[in-house]
Design a protein around this ligand. Structure first.
Ligand SMILES: C[S@@+](CC[C@H](N)C(=O)[O-])C[C@H]1O[C@@H](n2cnc3c(N)ncnc32)[C@H](O)[C@@H]1O
Length: 249
C-alpha cells in the first residue's frame, strides 16, 4: 500500500506502508492519494472528507440517556486527518468506532483508506442510519456494524486503532471508563474525546495509567452543541472537549 501526500506542491511528501511516516500538521489544502492493495485509488482533501461527512444522515431520535451528542463533521474530519497524517494510525489499519452513532468516525476512517472498520452502538436506529450512510458513501464493503453494548464486545483479534466519542459519564456514572477499559483491552492506539478541565484530565490520566495506557497527546476542541434536548436553553452552545491519544502500554 502506498500513500503519497502533497501539500500545495512545495511543502512535503510522505510515504507510508511498512516503512516510516513523515508527517506535518494538518492543512486544509492537503491532497492525499491512496493506492490501497493495488486496487483502489482515492484522492481526498481535508475539506472533501469534511464535506463527505457533512452529507451523512444524522440520527433523528437522540436519546440523552445514551449521551448522544453527535460529533460535528469538521471536528471528525480534523481528528481523523490528525490521526493519519501526524501518526499514520488510519490508512491500512483496522479501525474500531466505539459508540458509532451515525457512523461518522467509522465511515471517515474507511474513506481515509482503513483496511477494515468496525462500528458498534447499543441503539439499533443509530446502526440503521450508519449502515445507510456507509452505502451512500460507498464504504459498506469494509465496515462491519455490531449492535450491542461496548462493555460486552469480544473480538477475535486486536484492532490497530480506536476512534471514539464515548458518553462522558454524565448520565451514567463511569460510562466513559467502561469505554476506555474496553478500548485498552482490545486496541493498540486509542483516540477518545472527553470533557475538558483540569480535574477531569487528572482523573482520566490516572485511570488510563491504571488500565495500562499512556496518554501521548491531548488536543482541545470547542464542541458545538445545538438545542437537541429539552433542557438545552440556548440555540447553540460550546463545550470544551479534549481529544486524547492513548498508546497501549
Ligand atoms: C457522544 S455519542 C457519539 C456518536 C458518534 N460516534 C459521533 O461521534 O457522532 C455516543 C454514542 O455511544 C452510544 N453508546 C452509549 N452507550 C453505549 C454502550 N454502552 N454501548 C454501545 N454504544 C453506546 C450512543 O448510542 C451514542 O451513539
Amino acid at each position: 500500500m502506498e500513500v503519497v501526500i502533497y501539500v500545495d506542491k512545495d511543502t512535503y511528501y510522505a510515504q507510508s506502508g511498512p516503512g516510516s511516516h513523515r508527517m506535518r500538521k494538518k492543512d486544509t489544502y492537503t491532497q492525499v492519494n491512496f493506492r490501497s492493495a493495488g486496487t483502489t485509488h482515492m484522492s481526498l482533501r481535508l475539506k472533501e472528507l469534511e464535506m463527505a461527512l457533512q452529507s451523512m444522515q444524522s440520527l433523528s431520535e437522540l436519546d440523552v440517556r445514551l449521551e448522544q451528542y453527535p460529533t460535528p463533521p469538521s471536528m471528525a474530519a480534523a481528528v481523523l486527518f490528525a490521526a493519519q497524517f501526524e501518526h499514520g494510525d488510519i490508512t491500512g489499519k483496522t479501525v474500531l468506532d466505539l459508540g458509532c452513532g451515525n457512523g461518522i468516525f467509522a465511515i471517515g476512517a474507511a474513506l481515509l483508506g482503513a483496511e477494515r472498520v468496525i462500528g458498534i452502538d447499543i441503539q439499533s436506529t443509530a446502526l440503521k442510519v450508519a449502515r445507510q450512510n456507509a452505502v451512500m458513501l460507498g464504504t459498506e464493503d469494509i465496515i462491519e456494524w455490531i449492535l450491542g453494548d461496548v462493555a460486552n464486545l469480544e473480538l477475535s483479534t486486536r484492532v490497530d486503532t480506536i476512534v471514539t466519542n464515548p458518553p462522558f459519564g454524565v448520565k451514567r456514572r463511569g460510562a466513559d471508563l467502561t469505554f476506555l477499559r474496553k478500548a485498552l483491552a482490545i486496541a493498540n492506539i486509542i483516540y477518545s474525546i472527553h470533557l475538558s478541565g483540569e480535574k477531569n484530565r487528572k482523573f482520566l490520566r490516572e485511570s488510563i495509567e491504571q488500565l495500562g495506557g499512556t496518554v501521548t497527546q491531548i488536543e482541545t476542541f470547542e464542541f458545538p452543541i445545538s438545542r437537541i434536548y429539552e433542557f438545552h436553553t440556548k440555540q447553540r452552545h460550546y463545550t470544551k472537549v479534549d481529544l486524547y491519544r492513548i498508546c497501549n502500554g
